[in-house]
Design a protein around this ligand. Structure first.
Ligand SMILES: C[S@@+](CC[C@H](N)C(=O)[O-])C[C@H]1O[C@@H](n2cnc3c(N)ncnc32)[C@H](O)[C@@H]1O
Length: 309
């Protein structure tokens, strides 16, 4: 990999994903390259409709309630939420997919390329890991590194998370209600350089030519502090259970088969060594986080061996 000190990593990363002909700019969607929770089945959508219902109640049932999916990819999550909402919530619901790549025609989902002001729930599912960062080599006097990656050793590389902090703080401030970032990442106690690529379902070297997705773990604690206010950082495993997503096969015959398939999908979403280890960073803005989720154990990243998109 190129280690020349004048190489502009952030610009190269940005061009590779979002510049002309870039990986996402030209319309590549996660479903062709890696498996994310919205692609497992409808269950993440079920959990987020429950969370949205709690936000709606805490806001006093506004005339229009937003679900905003930032970094929407193929729009699977936005469409699931649109399809699963029912009753009064469904009649007041406005679903927006925010995406830099080309939109996908989906009934009931409007597309935009900029985060709108909204009232309801904003979700960034594997959005922050796709935001390009500068890369530095230690020792570094970069203020973000000094604050958030003090363990950086001489000769080691690090992604500077400042652009993600800024993007998340802006997104949280755009919503009255709640904002949720779901991603893989690390904490100040567990930083590691993680820049990598994905293509056709496989992890590949991060080449900046538009041929692959390029991603790196998110400094979840830095994002939390940057956006501030009332927040919690918990695991997907615990959050899904707190929102009612625990599945066991029940019944008989066809009902059993269906419930077994659902239980399998929930188990995948809650797998402590896989998707269940993702962090859920939830901020309340005008709503108390304790009205949305019960007290749960703090999120801890799993060790280095697992990697996702
Ligand atoms: C890793 S994909 C995740 C897609 C989807 N949320 C999922 O989990 O399947 C990241 C997506 O974020 C989009 N993205 C990155 N930065 C963005 C921004 N500032 N505004 C809108 N979309 C963005 C990319 O184009 C890409 O589709």
């Amino acid at each position: 990999m190129h280690t020349c000190p004048v190489f502009d990593w952030e610009a190269a990363w940005h061009a590779a994903l979002y510049g002309p002909g870039g990986f996402f700019a030209r319309g590549e969607k996660p479903s062709s390259h890696f498996r994310t929770s919205p692609l497992v089945g409808p269950e993440l959508g079920v959990a987020l409709v429950e969370l949205l219902s709690r936000v709606d109640a805490a806001l006093g049932f506004p005339p229009v309630v937003d679900f905003v999916d930032v970094g929407a990819g193929g729009g699977e999550l936005a469409f699931a939420v649109r399809s699963l909402a029912s009753g009064s919530l469904a009649s007041r619901l406005r679903v927006t997919a925010v995406e830099l790549g080309p939109p996908v025609e989906l009934p009931g989902v409007r597309w935009t390329s900029a985060v709108p002001s909204c009232v309801g729930l904003l979700v960034g599912h594997e959005w922050l890991d796709a935001i390009p960062c500068p890369v530095v080599t230690g020792p570094s006097s970069d203020p973000w590194i000094t604050r958030w990656w003090p363990s950086l050793a001489d000769g080691e590389q690090a992604e500077v998370g400042a652009p993600r902090d800024a993007a998340w703080a802006a997104a949280v401030s755009s919503v009255r209600g709640a904002a949720l970032a779901i991603d893989y990442g690390h904490l100040i106690s567990s930083r590691r350089f993680s820049l990598t690529g994905y293509r056709d379902g496989r992890q590949v070297p991060p080449v900046f030519d538009g041929s692959c997705d390029i991603t790196a773990h998110v400094a979840m604690d830095a994002c939390a502090e940057a956006a501030g206010g009332d927040w919690v950082l918990v695991s997907q495993r615990d959050a899904m259970a707190a929102l009612g997503l625990v599945g066991e096969a029940a019944g008989s015959g066809w009902d059993w088969l269906e419930s077994a398939a659902r239980a399998g999908r929930i188990a995948e979403l809650r797998d402590p060594s896989g998707l269940g280890s993702f962090g859920w960073l939830l901020h309340g803005n005008g709503v108390a986080v304790s009205d949305l989720l019960p007290a749960l154990p703090p999120w801890r990243p799993i060790p280095a061996s697992f990697s996702a998109s």
